[in-house]
Design a protein around this ligand. Structure first.
Ligand code: G6P
Length: 611
């Protein structure tokens, strides 16, 4: 997502900050800015678009100053603009802040400060941090941070400058990563090692609750109680390429492993997890619109289409809303029969990670042309699909760089889950109490996703053992069938192995003829009411020689000699997400065994802007 760089030492730092931001460009961003502490306060420069624009704005005479912070912003709260771009200052210009993460209670904090007369100049959650630090400033920034940070809910990595202490750089972390780089007579902060590696390889990874006070002389780390903490530096031996991936060998694995955070960030944007309430201001339907809704048509491409299929099932099962999932390239030319009724009866929903896919955009334009209200799920703020939709719901997965979509998919399905629960409540299908229970289950999802990721060695070992496998069939029923489609797509797109998905009950009507001893059949079975049915289909293929993998819930009558990757103790509507993580890991490790170009598979593009 966003990128942070910070410096304090004995030399002018503006050029170093910009260089650092250039090293963070790969993370994706839409605006960038720096603040340098000088004798008369801060010199601040911000620009929308590329870092080249920031350079151009700064011109040849860079601001002088030995301490500074810089930021590349990937918009989450508020559009990409100079006002919303970091660093943010308090109204007196005494404090400058750069921030990664999300301050979940920023609206409440902002209202409190506005009541006290504080004037805000941006739409961001970050500005609240700068204003709080300015408002509660004690004359000592470390003390002020100790006072203000407990007021913040959510996640943050912060770089902070204090105009009264132009030789010190402050930082803090909760849930969002931040590194402190240790140099000779100069210290740094950065959100990942890529920005630091040309200066130092000695780095401290801040832990949750840590506050850092950096000066030319060294870095002191304190806990939330204000007492010093010993944090041993690590020596980073990665080359620059590996540093951009934060030590992961591929972006795909990095993005798979980022899913707990992506789920957490997206969830926090739409749900007040403390009160277990949906944030109504983020939702596209009010009660009247929810009651008037007769049919929701979802259109998307590729992995986003599979999210749409999952969405269809969730909307029908949870909210009782009739829904259809359409491949966007088909929808744009096929017949459309509207259900009749008022303007709120037929609603269209486009799902897109990039927000730029040509077929999805064309489908949205067609739906609007037919008079439908258009909603969009987009992972990129201000993308074409987001701009043209009447209402946007953003997934907060952060930039996805690997061509094969992983974390965007999980957050798209999560959005459908939240949307379906909200509609179910508005339409009187579930009580307020039941809604709270379901939201509490959602809150547990990031931790459950992490538990699956902790078993990745198991998937790696399986991929090693099965590297000679020729064909893979994924079978499942209902939402497990949708997960099978996504699992098969993931495997074929990155490993080039032949893989197909079948509705488990359909295989015997023809395709079972292909099953032999060299076929792996991976059954996805997470839905309690149809578990035994899928087990029975597994027996059928086992009898034809296939070897078996179960991704799901083990139980009585499961065929013997079957590898099991467990999905247990999770609500059935959420279980497919955990099964998907296993499937992503299987695709990744299989591709690794085959030596494929995992992040850029042959013939594929990340953003398909042609028909
Ligand atoms: C391309 C990508 C897929 C992606 C699809 C839809 O084909 O390779 O990974 O699922 O486009 O992209 P979107 O950005 O609209 O989600």
């Amino acid at each position: 997502m966003c990128g942070i760089i910070g410096f304090t030492g004995a030399r002018d730092c503006a050029e170093l900050l910009i260089r650092g931001l250039e090293q963070l460009e790969y993370r994706g961003y839409d605006s960038a800015g720096i603040a340098v502490a000088g004798a008369d306060g801060f010199a601040v420069c911000k620009a929308v678009g590329r870092i080249a624009n920031l350079r151009e704005k700064l011109g040849a005479a860079l601001p002088a100053g030995h301490t500074g912070i810089g930021h590349t912003r990937w918009a989450t709260h508020g559009r990409p603009s100079e006002e919303n771009c970091h660093p943010h200052l308090d109204e007196k210009g005494r404090v400058a802040v750069v921030h990664n993460g999300i301050i979940e209670n920023y609206l409440a904090l902002k209202a409190r400060l506005e009541e006290a007369g504080v004037r805000f100049s941006s739409e961001t959650d970050t500005e609240v941090v700068a204003q709080l630090l300015g408002y509660y400033y004690t004359g000592d920034m470390k003390q002020t941070l100790l006072k203000v940070l407990p007021m913040l809910e959510g996640s943050f990595a912060l770089g902070v400058l204090d105009a009264n202490a132009p030789d010190a750089l402050y930082c803090a972390r909760r849930h969002s990563p931040l590194l402190v780089g240790l140099g000779r007579g100069e210290q740094y902060i950065a959100s990942d090692a890529a920005a630091l590696i040309e200066h130092t390889r000695e780095m401290i990874t801040l832990e949750d609750g840590d506050i850092g006070v950096l000066t030319a002389a060294g870095a002191a780390i304190y806990g939330p109680d204000g007492a010093p903490r010993a944090r041993a530096p690590m020596h980073v031996s990665w080359d620059a390429g590996a540093a951009r991936k934060n030590g992961y060998p591929h972006f795909m694995l990095k993005e798979i492993c980022e899913q707990p955070q992506a789920l957490r960030d997206t969830l926090a944007h739409y749900v007040d997890l403390e009160r277990l309430e949906i944030r109504r201001e983020q939702m596209p339907f009010d009660r009247q619109q929810a009651l008037a809704l007769k049919e929701l048509t979802i259109a998307a491409c590729g992995t986003a289409y599979h999210a749409g299929m999952m969405g269809r099932a969730l909307l029908e099962n949870i909210a009782g809303v009739r829904a259809r999932a359409e491949i966007a390239s088909e929808y744009r030319y096929g017949p459309v029969i509207l259900p009749g009724g008022g303007p709120d009866s037929a609603v269209f929903l486009a799902v897109s990670q990039s927000g730029e896919t040509a077929d999805t955009l064309a489908a949205l334009r067609r739906a609007k042309g037919l008079g439908m209200r258009a909603i969009a799920f987009s992972n990129v703020i201000g993308a074409s699909i987001a701009r043209e939709a009447d209402t946007v719901m953003y997934t907060l997965a952060g930039p996805e760089i690997a061509v094969a979509s992983t974390k965007a998919y999980l957050t798209q399905v999560l959005l459908f889950e939240i949307l379906a629960l909200d509609l179910a409540h508005l339409r009187g299908r579930i009580t307020g109490e039941a809604l709270k229970q379901r939201l509490a289950q959602l809150a547990a999802l990031p931790g459950q996703a992490q538990a699956v990721l902790n078993r990745k060695e198991m998937v790696l070992n399986f991929a090693k053992r099965n590297r000679a496998c020729r064909d893979v069939f994924f079978i499942g029923r209902l939402t497990d069938y949708t997960t099978s489609l996504e699992a098969a797509l993931k495997l074929k797109e990155v490993s080039y192995l032949h893989s197909e998905a079948y509705a488990a009950g359909e295989l015997k009507h023809g395709t079972i003829a292909l099953i032999d001893e060299e076929t792996l059949v991976a059954a996805i079975a997470t839905q309690p009411e149809i578990l035994q049915k899928t087990y029975a289909n597994m027996q059928e293929v086992k009898a034809r020689g296939a070897y078996l993998l179960l991704i799901g819930t083990p139980g009585a009558n499961l065929p013997e000699d079957c590898e099991v990757w467990p999905v247990e103790g999770v609500h059935p509507t959420l279980a497919p997400l955990l099964a998907t993580i296993y499937a992503q890991l299987l695709a990744y490790y299989t591709a690794l065994m085959h030596g494929c170009d995992i992040d850029k598979p042959r013939n594929l593009a990340k953003s398909v802007t042609v028909e």
